[in-house]
Design a protein around this ligand. Structure first.
Ligand code: ZN
Ligand code: ZN
Length: 499
């Protein structure tokens, strides 16, 4: 029997009564065996010292797109375990016609635990619009797919936007709800541009059903003239739940601030990570949680909305809690203090002072993520060390920051292939040196600026802002030079995913 001891962490789980309490957790065979102030390890126990870090149940991201064949799908582990997120729910990428394929490929082959909110439309999100014609969904097919794949399916997904349901509007949405009701599952409903109207959509929803994209910045939303719409309040009163589903287009800080001021808090924080949102502004679940810290939510509440709350709402067995007998999924993290600038889906910015940095993640007692350099990154740094251009003193000075930059790039979903990683790493070293000595590079041709996309630029800005007080401010030319490296890596990686 394999035993692991998580030692000295500060437990956060308000649902289980842990408010940053220092405890030891003993894991046996992938489950939580005991939680005590002090547990003495036996000879065969693997001890992981997490003193000084927070320990929560493994983070759960309730709205992602990870079916590789579907529109917008991204690799689950890059946004899952690699970001400290041990469980994700795919939001309708697969439907009754391809759920089996999704299970046999991405669900079975990922380290990240994946559940499906299965689309009621037969082909899921293979080729949207997915439900604008009655021939595109079939109640009997949905029931059969569920019966055969029950353990993977936790909800039925609907997209209540004109771009998804076309002229069918609410008729299509009612068909999704009918399927969910027959199966005894909640619906996860995307809201967006009408038709259907938000009022019509809310009318179809019952206790346990979930609205996602709750704080979007479009018309047809849950609020009216700075107030909660009566239909919204009535829905919440009868037990309808509200999820963030940030996405490329569906989380607005102004709506978020309004909701907070009205005491209308989300039940779940989720990302809607997919191939258009993952290079910014969303990046990851921890960054999305940072935005809620910046909006004034407590750390404890943010953690609850990605652990116990989603586990309760989607009935995820043995997950979301720090409780004896439950699965030993944990996210271990620190909260760093600094000056952080966040962006919503509409390019509004919000300043914050805290950032969640995941150190370690365990899934059923196994380490699935560790905040450390990868072999390729170590190799590249060694290669630079062997060059005449750099001295041991340079690495003494810049080495730790270089390491953090390389990890930050992965945290922002910038993945370099080997040659580009070497060039980028060398560039960051020269950048640190230039900033420190005040050396300027020649201004670039204006035409280059036009070719840089704002997402690469945002990552470049974030990188330099982290070192501005230490090494000095970077000018526009330096930002553009960095952004070129970042954008090249992003484009190459996206290309590699297509093959
Ligand atoms: Zn959506
Ligand atoms: Zn989505």
């Amino acid at each position: 029997m394999k035993k692991v001891l998580l030692k000295g962490g500060m437990l956060i789980s308000k649902a289980d009564g842990f408010h940053e309490d220092k405890k030891d957790i003993l894991i046996e065979d992938g489950k939580i065996a005991s939680i005590e102030d002090h547990i003495e390890p036996e000879a065969d126990t693997e001890v992981i010292d997490v003193t000084g870090s927070y320990v929560s149940a493994g983070f759960i991201d309730c709205h992602v797109h990870v079916y590789h064949k579907a529109h917008l799908g991204v690799p689950a582990d890059l946004i899952g375990v690699d970001k400290g997120v041990t469980t994700v729910i795919d939001a309708g990428s697969a439907g009754p016609g391809n759920i089996r394929d999704f299970i046999d490929t991405d669900i079975k082959n990922s380290k990240t635990r994946i559940y499906s909110a299965m689309h009621y439309a037969t082909d899921g999100l293979i080729d949207p619009p997915e439900a604008d014609d009655e021939s595109k969904y079939d109640l009997e097919l949905g029931k059969k797919a569920y019966a055969e794949n029950k353990e993977h399916i936790v909800a039925i997904k609907e997209r209540a936007s004109q771009s998804c349901v076309g002229d069918l509007g609410i008729v299509s949405i009612r068909a999704g709800k009918k399927l969910a009701k027959e199966l005894g599952l909640p619906v996860m409903v995307h809201i967006g541009h009408m038709p259907p109207t938000i009022e019509d959509v809310l009318d179809t929803m019952e206790e346990g059903d979930v609205i996602t994209h709750a704080f979007h910045g479009k018309d047809n939303n849950l609020f009216d003239n700075g107030k909660i719409k009566p239909q919204t309040q009535a829905a919440r009163d009868r037990g309808v739940l509200f999820d963030i589903g940030h996405g490329k287009d569906s989380f607005n800080f102004e709506t978020g601030k309004l909701a907070k001021s009205l005491g209308f808090y989300p039940d779940i924080i989720s990302t809607d990570l997919h191939s258009i949102s993952w290079l910014g502004p969303v990046y990851s679940l921890p960054v999305t949680m940072d935005k809620f810290l910046a909006l004034g939510y407590s750390l404890e509440d943010c953690v609850d909305k990605v652990t116990a709350a989603p586990a309760r709402i989607y009935k995820l067995p043995g997950l979301g809690h720090i409780r004896k007998g439950d699965k030993a999924d944990f996210t271990v993290f620190t909260v760093t203090k600094g000056h952080y600038v966040f962006m919503d889906a509409n390019k509004n910015v919000l300043e914050g002072t805290e950032s969640i940095e995941v150190e370690l993640a365990l899934k059923e007692g196994e380490i699935v993520m560790k905040r450390e350099l990868k072999p390729l990154e170590i190799k590249v740094i060694d290669e630079l060390k062997s060059r005449d251009e750099w001295t041991p003193a340079d690495f003494e000075k810049y080495g730790d920051d270089l390491r953090d930059v390389l990890i930050l790039m992965r945290d922002r979903n910038v993945f370099f292939e080997e040659g580009n990683l070497l060039a980028f790493t060398n560039h960051v070293m020269t950048l640190f040196r230039r900033l420190e000595t005040g050396e300027k590079v020649d201004a670039l041709d204006e035409s280059i600026l036009e070719e840089i996309n704002y997402k690469a630029m945002e990552v470049a800005k974030e990188l330099v802002s982290r070192y501005a007080s230490k090494y000095g401010e970077a000018d526009m030319t330096e930002l553009v030079l960095l952004a070129i490296h970042i954008q090249t890596a992003q484009e190459q990686f996206e290309e590699s995913l297509k093959h």
